[in-house]
Design a protein around this ligand. Structure first.
Ligand SMILES: [Zn+2]
Length: 411
């Protein structure tokens, strides 16, 4: 066993982590208002998603990163993997060029995973809800937004949402009204609902329902002028939702002015990297404020065409108002982003990812570790017996590592 640990420390460490994180697992979904796992909604994972769980979960975990935590993880993991590769290569007495090439492999892997998380099509989990109501997204963008992914059409948006169990989504491009009159993409069952995201004085306001264009200049220059937009949106017969991260970053002390001016709701979870750092204690304050004034609290994918998974779903009725009409179900890994210092992310992100695994995913991870362990234990030379025998011998302590112990005679 000691030999196995010495030969495959990463694999054995991973097995230990997979077992330890199973002691206090996180639920697949959390009700963002109550903080507990919902009894009537669950995350359904496709077979291929579970089969390739190590890749699926890693790509999900890379998608649910706040900006600062992503930067820390990228820098630290790049350095650690480069150092690990370099040390291994030099202990194998390779040439300097080979050492550098080996050192670059790890960082290259990190970058490739990041790109894959953004653009690679893959099986994704979907929300299934037993309770009444529609699975809904309040906030998503197309190519009509200046920062939307080029070529990201309404049909792409519809497909992205349908794959994840959404039955309806408001289309809320930046300052471009989607009035719902464009024909629904053929072959999709999802409803795309009218909406817009207004950029006003240091605040983004999502307006949903029967909206019309308005003159943004009338709401610029100060918070007092900006909050008048809530009334203007109401006169159109639409609903207004204050978006993250702006109300938290720029108007934290002025939220009662929002309420007085007639805002209809607040986002409490938004999956955009700059909004995911929203801390839990502030989320609780906003939930309490909304509860006192019977305002909606909602979750927003804020998808711009990048990334394959949402961190949040709503179950509600489109057009309904008030605190109790909407339920917000989020992935726990997204909710912890605001509660841990960015510099801890290289460790805490994998930790919370592993704690979020279902049993089937955990079994998949363990299977992959064993398969790779067996593959690596296979003899490199022709004519030797199968790897199982080698692994068994190393388990019972027959053999030392050939490469790191050159003074030993290889068997
Ligand atoms: Zn947005």
């Amino acid at each position: 066993m000691v030999n196995l640990l010495r030969r495959h420390p990463v694999a054995i460490g991973l097995v230990v982590l997979l077992l330890v994180t199973a002691i206090h697992p996180l639920p697949p979904l959390v009700d963002a208002v109550t903080g507990s796992a919902p009894g009537d909604a669950d995350l359904e994972r496709p077979v291929l998603y579970v089969l390739f769980a190590p890749l699926s979960d890693t790509l999900d975990a890379l998608t649910f990163f706040s900006m600062s935590r992503a930067v820390w993880t990228l820098v630290v993991w790049t350095l650690v993997l480069a150092a690990f590769g370099a040390v291994r290569a030099s202990s194998d007495s390779l040439s300097a060029r080979r050492v550098i090439a080996t050192a670059l492999l790890g960082p290259l892997g990190v970058v490739l995973l990041g790109v894959a998380a953004l653009v690679m099509p893959r099986p994704v989990p979907r929300l299934v809800s037993d309770g009444p109501g529609t699975v809904l997204d309040y906030h998503a963008h197309t190519r009509a937004s200046h920062d939307g992914r080029p070529g990201w059409t309404l049909a792409d948006l519809a497909d992205w949402h349908e794959r994840q169990g959404f039955e309806a989504a408001y289309v809320t491009d930046h300052n471009v009204v989607y009035d719902g009159s464009l024909p629904a993409p053929p072959g999709r069952s999802i409803s795309l609902l009218p909406g817009v995201e207004w950029s006003l004085y240091r605040q983004h306001v999502v307006a949903i329902g029967p909206i019309e264009p308005l003159s943004r200049d009338s709401f610029g220059g100060s918070t007092l002028r900006m909050v008048r937009v809530f009334n203007a949106i109401e006169r159109q017969g639409a609903l207004s939702i204050a978006s993250l991260p702006e109300y938290w970053r720029n108007h934290q002390e002025e939220l009662s002015a929002f309420v007085l001016a007639g805002v209809d709701g607040f986002e409490i979870v938004n999956c955009a990297p700059k909004a995911l750092a929203f801390p839990s204690d502030l989320r609780r304050q906003v939930i309490a404020l909304a509860g006192r004034h019977d305002l909606m609290v909602v979750g927003a994918s804020d998808n711009h065409g990048w990334g394959q998974v949402t961190c949040v779903w709503n179950v509600s009725q489109p057009g309904s108002q008030g605190f109790h009409t909407n339920r917000v179900f989020a992935r726990p890994l997204a909710l912890v982003q605001g509660d841990w210092q960015p510099w801890t992310a290289p460790a805490t992100q994998p930790w919370f990812m592993l704690r979020s695994l279902s049993w089937s995913e955990r079994v998949s991870w363990l299977t992959w570790v064993v398969v790779i362990l067996l593959y690596r234990a296979l003899p490199r030379r022709e004519g030797q017996s199968a790897g199982l025998g080698i692994l068994a011998r190393s388990l019972w302590g027959g053999r030392r590592r050939r490469q790191s112990a050159p003074h030993q005679t290889p068997t």
